[in-house]
Design a protein around this ligand. Sequence first.
Ligand SMILES: Cc1ncc(COP(=O)(O)O)c(C=O)c1O
Length: 455
Amino acid sequence: MDALALGMAHRYPESHVLYRKFNRHFPVIVRGKGCTLWDDTGKAYLDGSGGAYVCNLGHGVTAIADAVSAQMREVAYVTGMQFTNPAVEALAAEMAALSVGDLDKFLFLTSGADATEAALKLARQHWVARGRPSKHKILALAPAYHGHTMLALSAGARPAYRAMFGEWMVPVVQVPAPYAYRCACDGAADCPRCTGTILEEVIAREGADSIAVFIGETVGGSSTGASVPRDAYWRTVREICTRHDILWVADEVLVGAGRTGTWTAVEPYGAVPDIMTMGKGISARYAPLAAVVTAERVLAPIAEQGGGVLHAQTYAHTPMMCAAGVATVRYVREHDLLARCRAMGARLHAALAPLRDHPLVGDVRGRGLLAGIELVADRATRAPFPRAQGVADRVADAALAEGLVCWPHAGGADGVNGDVVCLAPPFVVSDAELLEMVARLERALERVAASRPGR
Ligand SMILES: Cc1ncc(COP(=O)(O)O)c(C=O)c1O
């Protein structure tokens, strides 16, 4: 019997569902269309973050549902260990046409975390195949987020998870992430952290011969809350990695697939990574789908040994999920949604700009249809709120009460404190919907500001 039929409350421990949080009620969403979700009481929510930065096409796109269902009727599953299939071949070809540089070999998996694991393992395989097994270290930007499996968590290095699972994590060398609002340089042109030259310092300290790979989110997602690195940042990283024989993995699970206005977020930087991960928007999550893409130059040494990719998953290259990807990529192209994302992104940032004067807001930033609103206790000193106050979560809850889904993040400022609320609407969002999202967010901020001690 399901919880609905039993009339159970949708909170722990009444339901049989093990909810992610034990201390809240979960509305039951029964329908979605475009940017709107409806719960079982009829309440409507504007989906301002596409769930977890996923629903790029909006909800209820029947073209995608039809494509997935047609594929499932034809053949839903074959193992990628023994067969290929038309859907995976088509998806790889479609995505190769949109890719940067020579990144044109795709491994399709089901989650971003899995893609992170596969990408890092591939980098290690590359160096072992080239007879350089001493190259094993992982360098990763901090703050960062790469997923919840253990290697991905290790690379993400969030102190809260380290405290709980530290013994199970692999050592990862941290490189301070480009995060202009939280950098002491005050915009200095030669800031090592903001320009990327800090990577050179870390490599000198660790020894290039011991380093296999450097991983970073091209534009900050849940880590630095939509912080956009400077224009030359990724070209600098490219040059440093090439000079020291280090593979660069660009994590585009959140910011790829058009979210920042170009198919890949790295495109405007004019730099080509060695490996890239993608997820979320590549199927607009009409089916679980993620990808690792790399180049022949990375694979050739492994191929010469007669081996294969040492990463397996039951659902790799599954026709059903790849059909969702093909339909999504074609939908983006046929509806010119990258151009729409750029245009609506400009409107979103213009609409959010006045929030810079709000007493809770320290910074508003982002690119395309990705925006981060950083909330601070003191606008002059940029001091974050103490984590215990849960300010970003309270704003997100207040937004939900106002009928807006937005996404809260914590810990960006110093690993524990630091509150950011992000918006990432579907690319099909209308002008009126955008303005309404911003208005509801503003009302949510007002609710939280009004409940602050001393008001
Ligand atoms: C940048 C980045 N990488 C990896 C992941 C992990 O993706 P998934 O949740 O599909 O495992 C996420 C998820 O939010 C992400 O934002």
